[in-house]
Design a protein around this ligand. Sequence first.
Ligand code: CUA
Length: 324
Amino acid sequence: RTNCNPTEPKPTKSMTFAQSQSALDHAGVGAESIAELFWVMLIGGTLIWLIVVGLAVYAMVVPGEHDQKKTRMLVIGGGAVFPTIVLTALLTYGLAMLPELQRPAPEGSQVVEVSGVRWWWRVNYRMPDGKKIETANEIHLPVNEPVEFKLKSEDVIHAFWIPSLGGKVDMMPGRENRLKLHPTRVGVFRGVCAEYCGEAHTQMAFDVIVQSREEFDAWLHQQALPAVSGSDVAEAGREVFEAAGCGACHAIRGTSADGVVGPDLTHFGSRRSIGASVLPNNADNLTRWIKETHRVKPGVEMPAFEAFADDELRSLVRYLGELK
Ligand code: CUA
């Protein structure tokens, strides 16, 4: 997509995407191994390139007759033996990292179930008592603990990837894949869909918040509660939400809205972003999202609601914002 589109989301002052999305800026055990592998491969590759180019230049600039036997040795040595040794060494080195990365998380680890849906993420947390809590497009993780992800898809193939924390894993329809991650640093990181899955593939991202165990427990406890919102304006917004039939697709626990087609909005106001990490979550952006859904995120399943009166929209946005 080009940047000349006047309706392209523009960065606002409140844009708080201070989000890392690189294995080189690693904050997890898996990403650390990937970064190490990257540097070894890069340095190894650079050395080989320098040797090969050096020899080629040498062959070109050094005049005189070449001894045929020596030349043959050089071709066999430099062209076959040397690359075989180096590539075998790099392969062995890379494969040796796999068992640790593939080892499942220990029994009792936090389990997070994530489903890829065009084009957002359904997130379920398993509570200690076995109960499931649903949220969307934002994943919280306790720092310095292994976490077990169970990854599924509800439609096409997606891929779950948090570059700063570890490797990516495909999400296949009709099958469950596992991924163990082990965050080692507190922070906000960006996760993405890493498998082309249709029109809004590039706008299928999520926020990952790595926090202390205490903060994580507090967050999980709060997510488990039904929705609460306070003001009268918000109450009017709840009526707008109901009248417009938003509850057919979205669930808000504690109200009559129990749709399962779209993201659960029970604690929508507590999330950092809107539309699977497309816009920072604030009143202006939410207003825009509801009115111009398809301009903000072409291909999205949610219809745009252009017909709301200004005061209806204002109270609706207020209501959703208060769902913390
Ligand atoms: Cu989902 Cu690409």
